[in-house]
Ligand binder design. Structure first.
Ligand code: 5GP
Length: 191
């Protein structure tokens, strides 16, 4: 369980909506925030590091952790690829007297909100349009045509859940969206 001093900040959005950029901006601005490193069964990309970007674990190991109730939430975000927030990660960050920042998918975010309703701020980053999202993902160059399609279909579905979150920020301009996020987080940290 979460006590009154144990806050959680959730940043969620369809993939490519800019949530990682906004999360990074927030982490630089507020020293009391600490990135919550998720566990995943997907392979590391390019410069990603184990224990920094994710805890990369095998599928059997992941399933065992599900059974042992070690996750605050977990999802099969893409076909066959699991992602989850370990309860031990939240405890690690709270023990540092810091606030965990969860950069997670929409379903996972809804679960965390339900499970930790006290002192949790959830922010949904809305992309300007599905077309724009497609352009951004293509520009990132990390997707195959299949994975690009999967991400676009999922994005359209995820946008339909935006009203379930505390705040929605439209990211039609990264600088403005980051500034709005900073203002919301500042109020949350002071509350
Ligand atoms: P990527 O593979 O691009 O790093 O992440 C894919 C998606 O999984 C992103 O939307 C990311 O936010 C989400 N994700 C990362 N960690 C977690 C997690 O612990 N739980 C859930 N539910 N989603 C996550």
């Amino acid at each position: 369980m979460q006590t009154a001093h144990q806050k959680i900040l959730i940043i969620t959005a369809p993939s490519g909506a800019g949530k990682t950029s906004i999360t990074r901006h927030l982490m630089k601005r507020f020293s009391s925030l600490e990135f919550s490193v998720s566990a995943t069964t997907r392979q590391p990309r390019n410069s990603e590091k184990d224990g920094v970007d994710y805890y990369y674990i095998g599928t059997e190991d992941f399933k065992q952790k599900i059974q042992q109730k070690e996750f605050a939430e977990w999802e099969m975000v893409y076909e066959g690829k699991y992602y989850g927030t370990l309860k031990s990660e939240l405890k690690r960050i709270w023990a540092l007297q810091k606030v965990p920042v969860l950069d997670i998918d929409v379903k996972g975010a809804i679960h965390v909100q339900k499970q930790y309703p006290e002192n949790t701020l959830s922010i949904f980053i809305e992309p300007p349009s599905v077309e724009e999202l497609k352009k951004r993902l293509e520009g990132r160059g990390t997707e195959t045509p299949e994975s690009l399609n999967a991400r676009i279909n999922k994005a359209a579905y995820e946008i339909s859940f935006k009203d379930q979150f505390d705040k929605v920020i439209l990211n039609d301009n990264l600088e403005n969206a980051s500034a709005t996020a900073c203002e919301l987080v500042k109020q949350f940290l002071q509350s």
